[in-house]
Design a protein around this ligand. Structure first.
Ligand code: ADP
Ligand code: MG
Length: 616
């Protein structure tokens, strides 16, 4: 019989255990993840040694696996691997001292944010999480080195630990947790199965639970792309996204620089936000060497890419992460930047490859990209390349990109024009569109109330200013041999007459240089917040930001018969001429989308009709 050596924990370990045992009440189940992750590490290290020439390994044929056994009679859970194991010195070093610089930082962090169990794994103090649930932990281990014997390490997590030689052990490590009374249900196999599926499903070694392999999904992203079928990707996607449909797009990419990244990302066919009207959470999980570090890692990608599903695995994570908290570490920011750029490039490639499929993608997820343009200054231009709009040149139901729009611009056209309207018909009928139709210039038709807001934010694309059609400084050149239908003097008098009739409702009244088929139009003054912008503000509950209704200018079309007749009427029946004038203003306000309630004008319209109908 070998004798038992008693050891005391290093002071920091004692302190750490104190915190782990007494302060971490939530998320206790993560001890399963921690111990499985250690087992996977140990196996992986052995795998690595097997490939290193000249290393002699105990039992080289022994297969690499992880087994978990629960015993609810004895109230134990056992986690075993066939990996590198530990020598006596390694046991003392790894489980009795704080060997990792991160552990000290962990201690400090834990004092600041008590109860944050997520920190455990990130700070490399994972093994001690066993003491959250166990009153006694026994580690049976034997190093891969052929001339080393096995050892048993035993501790209650309080006073210290005991070491005892155990010559007969097999290679690898077996950890037995004697569960404390409060946590005895961790000896329930079903419960453990759920936990393993949740946290360790992608571990690349088979995990047996009570003799049955429970991790069915292989870590797809670690395989060679050529070995993965479309079905594999789809299955994987459905599993992680909880989706019944196959994904619309997928991206599998590996990078070595500036960071080691393996990522498999998916765009779902549908965006659930459109149905639920509530914001979804991003679902890209962060792994380090196949071990889940953070599910739904928020800091990994910008919020406007929240429609993405998938996994990112970066080997570069743990060393650095132990120095800072995850969310705002420089490394996470770097990872975010690299991923965002790659995703933008990917979406652009998809758009080029199949424009029709991309239109469908945009119909579902476009609102997130628009949000990106409005909120993410550093990626604004790149995201803007992905925006799609219908326009006066596209067929109904089809869309154009800003780049394609620019490629069609005639030389005389210097700006990109857009027009908000409830639908295509309304846009085509708008007085603001007339001058562009006349010139043959394309106008983007914005049907989504967000669009105008987004384009105002974007301001310019590829050096071309984005300008609202209603505010554009675009005129129709009048041929010199064709005088206006109403002369300058008459226009001036009619304008004064109308301005008076409108009381304080408009700023200026003048002849228009851009109307063709409409008798009149209102024009919002430069810099004013337009109607759709005000609606947006209302929708976002930011009414205080929306400025007072601006006074529009009123423009009349001297070539239009109504205007010419109105000029005649003002001389014969000034009262009726005023009523007609006010009605023209109302009509123009409706056309410009500035009228809150068009029913208000029906009374006046009826009075006009009364006068118009012959008396009998
Ligand atoms: P980390 O895994 O971040 O290094 P842990 O507290 O989880 O921190 O483990 C501490 C150390 O103990 C590990 O680095 C490893 O050297 C050793 N260890 C833990 N579990 C095992 C195991 N199953 N097999 C071999 N070594 C182990
Ligand atoms: Mg660990």
């Amino acid at each position: 019989m070998s004798k038992t050596e008693k050891h005391e924990f290093q002071a920091e370990i004692a302190q750490l255990l104190e915190i782990v045992i007494h302060s971490l009440y939530t998320d206790k189940e993560i001890f399963v993840r921690e111990l499985i992750s250690n087992a996977a590490d140990a196996n992986e290290k052995l795998q690595f040694l097997q490939q290193t020439a000249g290393t002699s390994i105990l039992d080289p044929q022994k297969s690499l696996g992880i087994s978990v056994t629960t015993d609810d009679g004895a109230k134990t859970i056992t986690i075993a691997d066939t990996g590198i194991g530990m020598t006596q010195a390694e046991l003392v070093e790894n489980l009795g001292t704080i060997a990792h610089s991160g552990s000290k930082a962990f201690l400090e962090q834990m004092k600041k944010h008590q109860n944050d169990a997520h920190l455990i794994g990130q700070f490399g103090v994972g093994f001690y999480s066993a003491f959250m649930v166990a009153g006694q932990v026994t580690v049976y281990t034997r190093s891969y080195r052929p001339d080393e014997q096995g050892w048993i390490w035993k501790s209650d997590g309080k006073t210290g630990y005991e070491l005892e030689a155990a010559p007969d052990l097999e290679r690898g490590t077996r950890i037995v947790l004697q569960l404390s009374e409060d946590d005895k249900d961790f000896s329930n196999g079903y419960k453990i199965e759920q936990i393993i599926k949740r946290y360790s499903n992608f571990v690349s070694f088979p995990i047996e639970l009570n003799g049955k392999v429970v991790n069915t999904i292989q870590p797809l992203w670690t395989k060679n792309r050529s070995e993965i079928t479309n079905d594999d990707y789809s299955e994987f996607y459905k599993y992680i996204a909880h989706d019944m449909d196959a994904p619309r797009y997928r991206l599998h990419f590996n990078a070595d620089a500036p960071l080691a990244i393996r990522a498999v990302l998916f765009v779902p066919e549908r965006n659930t936000e459109l149905m639920t009207m509530s914001r979804q959470e991003g679902e890209v999980h962060l792994y380090c060497k196949r071990v889940l570090i953070t599910p739904k890692a928020k800091a990994l990608l910008p919020d406007w890419l929240r429609f993405l599903k998938g996994v990112v695995d970066s080997e570069d994570l743990p060393l650095n992460i132990s120095r800072e908290t995850m969310q705002d570490s420089a490394l996470m920011r770097k990872l975010n930047e690299v991923l965002t750029k790659r995703v933008l490039k990917w979406l652009e490639e998809e758009a080029t490859q199949d424009a029709e499929a991309f239109t469908k993608f945009f119909a579902q997820h476009g609102h997130c990209l628009k949000e990106g343009v409005a909120t993410d200054w550093s990626h604004r231009e790149a995201i803007a390349k992905l925006l799609r709009f219908s326009s006066s040149f596209t067929e109904a139901g089809k869309v154009t990109s800003l780049a394609d729009y620019i490629s069609r611009m005639p030389e005389a056209q210097k700006e990109i024009y857009f027009l908000s309207a409830s639908d295509r018909e309304a846009a085509l009928a708008s007085p603001d569109y007339e001058v562009f139709r006349e010139k043959g210039w394309e106008v983007l038709f914005l049907e989504d109330p967000r669009d105008e807001f987004v384009l105002e934010h974007l301001h310019a694309f590829d050096g071309k200013n984005l300008v609202a059609a209603a505010k554009a400084d675009v005129k129709i050149e009048r041929p010199s041999d064709k005088p206006p239908g109403l002369g300058a003097e008459a226009v001036k008098e009619l304008s004064e007459f109308l301005k008076e009739a409108f009381a304080e409702r408009v700023g200026e009244v003048r002849a228009s240089e851009r109307l063709v088929g409409s008798p009149a139009a209102v024009r919002e003054p430069e810099g004013a917040m337009n109607a759709s912008m005000r609606r947006m503000m209302k929708m976002m509950g930011k009414e205080e930001l929306s400025q007072a209704e601006p006074k529009p200018d009123f423009e009349i079309n001297p070539d239009h018969l109504i205007i010419q007749k109105l000029d005649g009427l003002r001389r014969s029946d000034a009262t009726l001429a005023k009523q007609v004038g006010v009605q023209l203003l109302e009509n123009a306000m409706v056309a410009a989308g500035l009228t809150e309630d068009p029913r208000a004008m029906l009374g006046r319209l009826n009075k006009l009709l009364e006068k118009l109908l012959p008396s009998s």
